[in-house]
Design a protein. Structure first.
Length: 426
């Protein structure tokens, strides 16, 4: 147990360093770490860990090795130059419990820049919020881990157990970055992932499948439109059929623990669409990208089989002999996960959340994807997903609450110190 003087010293150190923490978070936001473009941000993370004395392991993701794992997502981009960064701290003597602190460096596209009130890559603070693409999801949380460790050290303490600080890629598309770290042999007594979770703990989250659906047929001149096959019109009907499956899965929510109370836990999103070759030709093709959610306990294979079944229903309704539907998996192929109550890691985090926030740690179920599922499903590790309050992640004017971030950093620092144990600095 941490003593009250230790708690006071650690939380004061967070306050003392907080301006530097916000500044470094801003530096990281300025790196547009979109998929396949993460390296400048990873350079910053490597330097930050190295200057803190961590032993650096940086490696390029290997598609062949990753693809052999049952939890892998489908790879549709080259992985050359895409690296994970892991910093390892090893104490002289281990008397506490080891920890993985994991977070992703990749961010989603910004959309039309003119829809942002300011540049998405230029952080700014306004009315208690820090703005910028990736500030909430999840660069602020990632940096909070660094400064939580700084606070422990500035309080005159050193960790008494190994800590593995993981900055990974591919969380927003496949989960293959964290999977690669697992394949590389990293394990610990617990995992903490500071995703943007509204000052709460995640109890369960959905799995995700990504797929590209292509509808095709025979083109004609528009003067013979009734004799052709309009693939764009047909694609709309395909989406309607997929909505039938989406509704069926949502009706089943009462059969899935922690999802019973959610109105619409399963979401099928049509994220991209394109089709046709000429305004005056009946379009012979249309393709769209599907993101489909699935419940924990439902395998990706089982969900994919049902999706294909409904695509066959849609295809059978086409009147043209030339019409077809093809489906290709393009990224996530992931089962969801439940994070069981009652672990000692959750108890420790809850106690320190109470200390900092003055209220009990609440948990919730999210209909989003998190890499934490990999640690639970394939390593069996107690995994905590806990992070600051945010707004508009994946949207325009993404932002993170500055005061929430301060408190979450304090909670993380106290949790790390107690979980790993500490010794007096020499």
């Amino acid at each position: 147990m941490l003593s009250q003087p230790q708690i006071d010293s650690i939380t004061k150190a967070v306050d003392d360093n907080f301006d530097k923490q916000l500044s470094f978070t801003g530096d990281l936001i300025r790196q547009p770490s979109l998929r396949t473009q993460e390296e400048s941000a990873q350079d910053l993370m490597e330097d930050a860990l190295s200057t803190r004395g961590f032993v650096i392991d940086r490696w390029e993701l290997d598609p062949e090795t990753i693809s052999r794992h049952p939890g892998a997502g489908f790879i549709n981009v080259p992985y050359q130059g895409m690296t994970n960064v892991v910093g390892t701290y090893e104490p002289a003597e281990t008397t506490g419990r080891s920890l993985i602190l994991n977070g992703h460096i990749d961010v989603v596209p910004v959309g039309p820049h003119e829809q942002w009130s300011r540049s998405p890559w230029e952080p700014h603070m306004e009315d208690g919020w820090l703005y910028g693409r990736g500030c909430g999801d999840m660069k602020a949380g990632l940096v909070a881990g660094l400064y939580a460790i700084d606070a422990i050290r500035d309080a005159g303490l050193e960790l008494a157990a190994p800590l593995y600080f993981q900055s990974v890629v591919e969380e927003e598309s496949t989960g293959n970055g964290t999977l690669s770290a697992i394949q590389r042999g990293y394990t610990a007594d617990a995992v903490l992932i500071p995703e943007p979770e509204e000052d709460m703990l995640v109890r369960a989250n959905v799995g995700v499948i990504w797929a590209k659906i292509r509808v095709g047929g025979k083109p004609t001149h528009v003067r013979q439109m009734t004799t052709g096959f309009n693939a764009i019109d047909a694609a709309i009907d395909v989406v309607k059929q997929l909505r039938v499956l989406e509704a069926e899965w949502n009706e089943e929510r009462g059969n899935h623990r922690y999802f019973e109370h959610l109105d619409h836990p399963i979401n099928f999103n049509i994220g991209q669409i394109s089709g046709g070759d000429w305004p005056s030709s009946v379009p012979a093709w249309c393709e769209f990208d599907l993101r489909a959610a699935l419940y924990p306990g439902v395998t990706a294979d089982e969900a994919w089989e049902q999706i294909q079944h409904h695509l066959k229903i849609a295809e059978a309704a086409f009147l043209s002999e030339d019409a077809y539907i093809k489906a290709e998996r393009t990224g996530f192929y992931a089962e969801g996960a439940v994070y069981e109550e009652g672990t000692d890691a959750e108890r420790v985090l809850g106690e320190h959340h109470q200390t900092v926030f003055g209220s009990s740690l609440e948990s919730f179920t999210t209909p989003g994807y998190i890499d934490s599922r990999l640690f639970v499903l394939y390593s069996g590790l107690p995994t905590l997903v806990y992070g600051p309050r945010t707004e508009e992640i994946h949207g325009y004017d993404e932002r993170v609450s500055i005061e929430s971030l301060r408190k979450v950093t304090k909670t993380m620092a106290l949790f790390i110190a107690e979980w790993c144990g500490t010794t007096e600095s020499k």
